[in-house]
Ligand binder design. Structure first.
Ligand SMILES: NC(=O)C1=CN([C@@H]2O[C@H](COP(=O)(O)OP(=O)(O)OC[C@H]3O[C@@H](n4cnc5c(N)ncnc54)[C@H](O)[C@@H]3O)[C@@H](O)[C@H]2O)C=CC1
Ligand SMILES: O=C(O)CCC(=O)C(=O)O
Length: 434
């Protein structure tokens, strides 16, 4: 394909596409150009260095054998071992996993972590599995990807529909295969197995640090601010908790089944106690009115937080968004067309690769503690998380001001610049590429 045609295809994708891999490639290409680097840099970054597809046959409780498909994508390992979560979801696909691994590389580079990007996923609806089937799937997935993972190679962690319990099974499987305990092979583990204090809360805590900084930039008083959150899993619920602690009125939360709304603000500690009792879905909480995801996006709030899955802010609902800040707690929640509309409206977007970087940051601390076999107090972890998140935010704001660009482009440029420095130091590229 000629270069002109190729550019046209990518520009069409940027306007209309919903494929996360196409979207991330388009954004990488634009940022490489804005930095004045040669297209060679884009060629170096656009494809994961390794993708692995596995079949995972499981004996189901009814005696049938069902064969699940799993993936692991490793984007680039020039800054350190690749690192990133494992997702269990029916919509998992190879392009999504590839995109998620590229976002991990950029995220770690912005926060200055010694990691590259990785991501894994299994095509499955975990709600349809029994506990025994879920455990078998978790163990067999890790067994299948064992040849390409390890504490100095690629370090998995939780993502959508995986949690410390799943990480515990996976850790055990890996330890049994190797014949000794290797806690640094995976993060987000139960604390008793070498998990870090503060990891469960880390992504939401980091999201709220970036929201606090955005409020400072926009001169918004958090004690008078309102927020709405899409997704009430690990990230959404912890974001709600920390916003509430800072005095922000969280008026709505939604999940895959629906949502709840209260104009005076939800009682977040009570809602968390309700969901912690084993009620997975915040939408079952009866002390608030029901609300749809669609209506939640259009609420007159100051801060809107997509904390669920990709492609939620689109050209259809972006025009209805009234929030001053869109904090992307989820990975890839905004389509390029949605993004363009937000830009025209002047919405302050905290891009995913900055906003949700708190998770991998505390995963890094977990890995460091595992490697030292010495464990820190939670205050130390939270303090270092705050420092890293603020430094990342500051770098992105500086790039935005220097280039006069959107926060998203600035975040990509900060990440790419760090990766280019490493490629240069390794002799992979020369002066003419930069
Ligand atoms: N867990 C972590 O440490 C990190 C997670 N993330 C990202 O944050 C997002 C959420 O992840 P987790 O909270 O870990 O997952 P989770 O599985 O704990 O929760 C996901 C939540 O999203 C809801 N949801 C799913 N599809 C939805 C839809 N179409 N509409 C409304 N709600 C929907 C679910 O009902 C659930 O409440 C994902 O994009 C993930 O990649 C990013 C950084 C780290
Ligand atoms: O904790 C980690 O290593 C990765 C978290 C993750 O998957 C993400 O940031 O999207």
């Amino acid at each position: 394909m000629g270069k002109e045609k190729y550019d046209k295809v990518e520009s069409d994708i940027m306007t209309h596409g919903h494929n996360p891999y196409d979207i991330v490639k388009g954004l990488l290409k634009e940022s490489v150009q804005s930095l004045g680097f040669h297209e060679n840099i884009y060629q170096m970054l656009k494809k994961p260095m390794r993708v692995f597809e596995v079949s995972i046959p499981i004996r189901m409780d009814d005696g049938r054998i069902e064969s699940f498909t799993g993936y692991r994508s490793q984007h680039i390992d020039i800054l350190g071992p690749t690192k990133g979560g494992i997702r269990f979801h029916p919509d998992v696909n190879l392009d999504e996993v590839k995109a998620l691994s590229i976002w991990m590389s950029l995220k770690s580079a912005i926060i200055d972590l010694p990691f590259g990007g990785g991501k894994g996923g299994v095509i499955v609806d975990p709600e349809k599995l029994t506990e025994r089937e879920l455990e078998l799937l978790s163990r067999n997935y890790i067994k299948k990807i064992t040849p390409i993972i390890g504490p100095q190679k690629d370090i998995p962690a939780p993502d959508v529909n995986t949690n410390p319990k799943v990480m515990g099974w996976m850790t055990d499987e890996f330890d049994q295969l190797r014949g000794y305990n290797i806690p640094g092979m995976l993060t987000g583990k139960p604390v008793v197995l070498g998990g870090s204090l503060g990891r469960l809360e880390a992504t939401g805590r980091g999201v709220v640090f970036t929201i606090r900084e955005a409020c400072r930039v926009l001169d918004i008083n958090m004690k008078e601010a309102t927020a709405a959150i899409q997704g009430f899993g690990n990230v959404g619920s912890m974001t709600a908790k920390f916003l509430h602690e800072l005095g922000v009125k969280v008026v709505a939360v939604t999940d895959a089944k629906g949502g709840i709304y209260k104009e005076e603000g939800l009682d977040i500690p009570d809602l968390l106690a309700f969901t912690n009792k084993g009620e997975n879905y915040a939408s079952k909480y009866e002390k608030a009115e029901p609300i749809t995801n669609k209506k939640m996006f259009a609420l007159p709030v100051d801060i809107l937080i997509p904390a669920a899955v990709e492609n939620q802010v689109t050209k259809e609902n972006a025009p209805t968004i009234q929030a001053k800040i869109l904090a992307e707690a989820a990975n890839g929640p905004t389509t390029p067309a949605g993004d363009q509309i937000l830009e025209q409206k002047g919405t302050f977007v905290i891009p995913d690769i900055l906003c949700n970087a708190g998770g991998v940051t505390v995963s890094y601390f977990e890995w460091v503690q595992n490697n030292m076999n010495y464990y820190w107090k939670v205050d130390e972890i939270n303090k270092q998380l705050e420092e890293k998140m603020l430094a990342g935010f500051e770098k992105v704001i500086q790039m935005r001001d220097e280039k006069g660009c959107r926060m998203r482009d600035a975040a990509y440029m900060v990440g790419i610049t760090q990766l280019v420095k490493a490629m240069d130091a390794r002799g992979w590229i020369g002066e003419k590429d930069q």
